[in-house]
Design a protein around this ligand. Structure first.
Ligand code: FMN
Ligand code: 173
Length: 389
């Protein structure tokens, strides 16, 4: 219920009566700067960095900030409910944690810390193929909480088939297939430091524990880790896939499938034609195509093309509760939160991720209430205006 999210505001003020203030800022746009000061330059550079000169990342923020909410008054927002129906399930709020690989570079609790935080708050956790912890270990840390698996759809069918079987057996219920990363982009912050976590064996846990992956190695991973890393780099992506290949995934995954990285209405139509259940409008947080269309600018076109055929989710640039409100008003059913929770993890482990989730949802609840909306259901494009800068 909405009130539950807004309770965080009172909790913070009440703690203040004992002289306690939050350990992390409640304006989540400040987390990046804090992380830059407190965390190692290689890891924070990897998370904060993006493609080219960063223009896509800046465009993502500008496209959200340019849109402004027009608040309405006297509409009875006393009882509020942020829950939404997405992919046949009810989520307590229109939010999931985005797949973010290699989280052990942020904090030793890594994916398990983030997953426990998501579980504690009732928000789905999307585990990356490139996690630093095997999927079974993360699943165990979550109990029966909602978890989705993100697939890097690589060039080895046996490894893909094995990942899908393992993910289903470990209780991951939705498959999120990332299409925008068949190759890593030109990322100057990482290039200038010659920093790539995988070369140090971070982010390869699902592969190194996988029977199909291991079967393709001449020597066990433990005996020749470099050969294993090279095999990982050779197969994690596949730039030769085309739309008909989706039939393979449809055949081997029983639950909902969501395609992540959709920016063109025709690609969204192709997803629906291929029997997919959802898309994530995303440019990977500006980390893949420098000069790409801002994700929020691509959202209305995709919603117009397929909004009545499948569920449209959104990420890339979400930093605040009002950003979420804007994405929902543009037609997204829910959003994924990326970098902010990775910084929260880096700065304060599981508690940091919970702080980030509770802050952004409290802010969303209060933003909706103060704008005249008791639930996401009344949001539509008419709620927004494009103010002059
Ligand atoms: C450090 C880092 C690692 C990421 N790893 C993955 C990944 O393994 N799989 C994936 O689909 N997306 C990955 N993403 C992209 C996120 O899922 C999401 O699309 C992006 O973070 C959204 O942009 P934002 O964080 O700027 O809002 C990663 C993003 C970051 C910052
Ligand atoms: O860094 C990323 O953005 C990313 O998505 C990724 C790609 C390959 C492996 C791990 C993460």
């Amino acid at each position: 219920m909405g009130a539950r999210w807004a309770d965080f505001q009172y909790e913070i003020y009440l703690n203040g009566m004992n002289g306690t203030v939050p350990r992390l800022p409640t304006d989540l746009t400040r987390l990046e700067e804090l992380a830059e000061h407190r965390l190692g330059p290689g890891p924070v550079g990897y998370v904060a960095g993006s493609a080219g000169n960063g223009s896509t990342e800046r465009a993502n923020r500008a496209a959200l900030e340019r849109r402004r909410i027009v608040p309405r008054m006297l509409r009875d927002v006393e009882e509020r409910d942020l829950s939404v129906r997405v992919l046949g399930r009810t989520l307590p709020a229109p939010l999931a944690l985005a797949p973010v690989g290699v989280l052990s570079i942020m904090h030793p609790d890594a994916e398990c810390g983030a997953a426990r935080a998501a579980a504690a708050q009732g928000v789905p956790f999307i585990l990356s193929s490139a996690s630093s912890t095997p999927m079974e270990t993360v699943a165990e840390a979550m109990g029966d909480a909602e978890r989705w698996f993100q697939l890097y759809w690589g060039s080895d069918r046996e490894v893909t088939r094995s990942f899908l079987g393992r993910a289903r057996a470990a209780g991951f219920s939705v498959l999120v297939v990332t299409l925008d990363t068949p190759l890593l982009s030109w990322r100057p912050r990482d290039l200038d430091r010659a920093y790539l976590p995988f070369l140090h064996g971070v982010g390869t846990a699902n592969y190194f524990t996988d029977p199909a992956f291991r079967a393709g190695l001449d020597k066990p991973v433990e005996e020749d880790p470099n050969a294993a890393v090279l095999r990982f780099l050779g197969l994690f992506g596949d730039a030769a896939h085309t739309w008909p290949d989706l039939a393979f995934l449809r055949e081997h995954w029983e639950g909902p499938i969501v395609l992540k990285g959709i920016l063109h209405p025709d690609d969204a139509r192709a997803a629906a034609d291929a029997g997919m259940d959802g898309v994530v409008v995303s440019n990977h947080g500006g980390r893949q195509v420098a000069g790409s269309v801002a994700a929020a600018d691509a959202l209305p076109g995709v919603v117009g093309a397929v909004g009545d055929r499948l569920d449209v989710l959104f990420d890339s640039g979400i930093r605040t509760g009002d950003d979420i409100a804007k994405a929902l008003a543009l037609g997204a059913r829910a959003v994924l939160l990326g970098r902010p929770y990775a910084y929260g993890l880096g700065l304060d482990g599981q508690a940091g991720v919970e702080h980030v989730v509770r802050s952004v949802l409290a802010e969303l609840d209060l933003t909706l209430a103060l704008s005249g909306h008791a639930s996401p259901a009344t949001l539509d494009p008419s709620v927004l205006t494009e103010g002059s800068d």
